[in-house]
Ligand binder design. Structure first.
Ligand code: ATP
Ligand code: MG
Length: 572
């Protein structure tokens, strides 16, 4: 059964939520039965502000925010801003904008890991006092070399048995800035023989004389991810800390820190990260595409970023519905990008108003139509939604149709315009082709027709049927526009296959963007505002570009074609 917008707008699973819990909801409901977290449910989304959010992050947001909404608990947007060298305020701002757009809600609960640096430092001091952490003088290289292998235990650092006093002294001097970058680290004292590498005395603080976008130069030591993340969750009293599968082997460490400190401990739960075909999802690679100008920016409509998808014409509802459809599981898999496109088609089919637009115009003159006359004809705004009503669209003697809606030598099954054939002009009249002219180069430049005045509105009183209906735009009234057609950014299904030695950029699709100028649009599109989405009849869904469009030079992006053209090509 089709979902109403209300059903998908709250981000909760629709259908039969109580029967079809995902495995995380199952854990939460079990916890609520045993009162593990006093029946509280409190989730978070913890991005590192080192890039723009992508569709993979959308999955995590929909999951965490959706769970909080479903169980009536708070949801924290928390910046995991513990690495000053890669993080920027620009990213923080874009992330807030994207989360608010995707959830449709102003986010009141915004937190920063950097606000906890003081508390994290005191916790580290506590750990030292308990004899569970030590200052290590080995270089990063030496630490790596002494980690051991899967079969050989690591070697203990010569600094491992330093006294608590010496550790406290050295750690405070690390903090005071006495040592250069990389000279010392603080390491947890766990087990160099653990089968889990993460437990082999992991580094929890490193020296980094770098300015932080929020704390400035207050700190020259920064906490490592594993140490910081659990503390952030604990400080915020998160109940269920959902992260992607690669953190499964970090969970024992997550637990170890919080147990050793004797502080509140959330439950870490791992789920499969989203991978989509024909794109890359790592922020590092997306940054490369931006920096090296393979795309026009993070919000290039071909990017899998949330801002790129938004600019392309995606709705938050479509992305949420996509996330709902793919679900949450414990094993990694690659999702076909067609599923994302289908979610958008389904949404825009219901919500986008129809307009006529001719992308590759061919002039048609209707010889028996009165010169200088204009008629306003009724056109349905959205057959899927009667409440959208109708609009009036002008018709006149000279119109444009799509080039490929005319063929000189039409095969039998060709139902569009051809010499001697009659077609219906949508919402207008039946016309019959009487001839055409070519330019010196042999290109067809003009088609001539006659119309049947009795067929106004597109039906014939004598019951005469025509097989084809084509769209058109009145030449005199048309709005000239640029239209950008997008295709997949990569030609290879898995462009960053780790087993492929070639650089992922080798597989960039040279035809991922086609720019059409001189397109002829129905004049009512003059009133569109950036971000507005329409179905151009028979062509696809389009969105007025929010960056490059202006009233004197409208630019429309194709969000998605009407049907999946790749399936046809692949013979699926
Ligand atoms: P990348 O590998 O692209 O740099 P990341 O995991 O380092 O991404 P973070 O900013 O740390 O990016 O991610 C914030 C949250 O989003 C984390 O909880 C992470 O698990 C989740 N996340 C990131 N990528 C995906 C994905 N592809 N699918 C689902 N969740 C994701
Ligand atoms: Mg990360």
């Amino acid at each position: 059964m089709a979902k109403t917008p209300e059903q998908i707008s709250d981000g909760n699973p629709v259908g039969e939520p109580e029967k079809r819990l995902n495995f995380i909801e199952q854990i939460i409901e079990d916890d609520n039965k045993t009162g593990k977290f006093d029946n509280r449910v409190h989730t978070r989304f913890p991005p590192e502000p080192n890039g723009y959010l992508h569709i993979g992050h959308a999955k995590s947001i929909c999951l965490n925010w959706g769970i909080a909404k479903k169980y009536g608990g708070p949801f924290n947007l928390r910046f995991d801003d513990t690495n000053p060298t890669k993080e920027e305020t620009e990213y923080v701002e874009s992330i807030i904008e994207d989360v608010e757009w995707l959830t449709g809600m102003k986010q009141e609960r915004i937190f920063y890991a950097s606000d906890y640096f003081g508390e994290m430092y005191r916790d580290a001091v506590d750990l030292i006092k308990k004899g569970k952490a030590y200052v290590c003088d080995l270089t990063a290289e030496q630490i790596r070399e002494t980690r051991g292998t899967a079969t050989v235990p690591g070697t203990e650092s010569p600094c491992r048995n330093r006294s608590v006093e010496e550790n406290l002294d050295l750690f405070s001097r690390m903090r005071a800035g006495e040592f250069p970058d990389g000279e010392r680290t603080l390491r947890a004292k766990i087990d160099m023989a653990s089968p889990n590498f993460n437990m082999r005395d992991p580094v929890i603080y490193r020296i980094l004389h770098a300015e932080h976008h929020r704390t400035g130069n207050t700190w020259c030591i920064y906490p490592m991810y594993d140490w910081a993340h659990g503390l952030e969750d604990s400080i915020e009293r998160i109940t269920h800390s959902c992260c992607t599968l690669e953190f499964e082997h970090h969970r024992p460490l997550y637990d170890w820190f919080l147990i050793e400190l004797g502080v509140y401990r959330p439950q870490q739960i791992e789920f499969a990260r989203l991978a989509l075909n024909y794109t890359v999802m790592s922020k590092r690679k997306l940054l490369q595409l931006v920096k090296e100008n393979y795309v026009s920016g993070w919000d290039d409509p071909r990017m899998p970023t949330i801002c790129g998808l938004r600019r392309r014409g995606y709705t938050p509802e479509a992305i949420r519905e996509f996330c709902r459809r793919i679900g949450v599981a414990k094993f990694n898999s690659t999702i076909d990008v067609v599923q994302l496109e289908n979610a958008l088609r389904d949404d825009l089919n219901k919500t986008a108003q129809r307009r006529m637009a001719v992308l590759r115009p061919l002039k048609v003159v209707i010889d028996n139509y009165p010169d200088g006359q204009t008629e306003m004809l009724d056109a349905v705004n959205n057959p899927e939604n009667g409440a959208d009503g109708t609009r009036q669209t002008p018709f006149s003697k000279v119109i444009y149709i799509e080039r490929d809606d005319f063929l000189e030598d039409a095969p039998k099954k060709y139902y569009r315009l051809a010499p001697g054939k009659e077609v219906r002009l949508r919402y207008a009249y039946y016309v019959t082709c009487t001839g055409f002219t070519r330019d010196a180069a042999g290109n067809i430049v003009e088609v001539r027709c006659t119309y049947d005045p009795a067929t106004r509105g597109g039906s014939s009183p004598d019951g005469r049927k025509v097989q084809g209906t084509i769209h058109w735009v009145s030449a005199e009234h048309a709005l000239d526009a640029e239209v950008r057609l997008y295709d997949r950014l990569f030609t290879k299904e898995n462009p960053d296959d780790p087993n492929d030695p070639a650089d992922f950029k080798t597989y960039l699709n040279p035809e991922s963007l086609e720019v059409l100028t001189g397109c002829k649009l129905e004049p009512s599109l003059r009133d569109a505002t950036p971000g507005d989405r329409f179905q151009f009849e028979r062509i696809g869904y389009f969105c007025l570009d929010s960056r490059d469009s202006s009233p004197s030079h409208p630019v429309f992006n194709r969000a998605v074609s009407l049907r999946d053209s790749w399936a046809k090509q692949a013979g699926k």
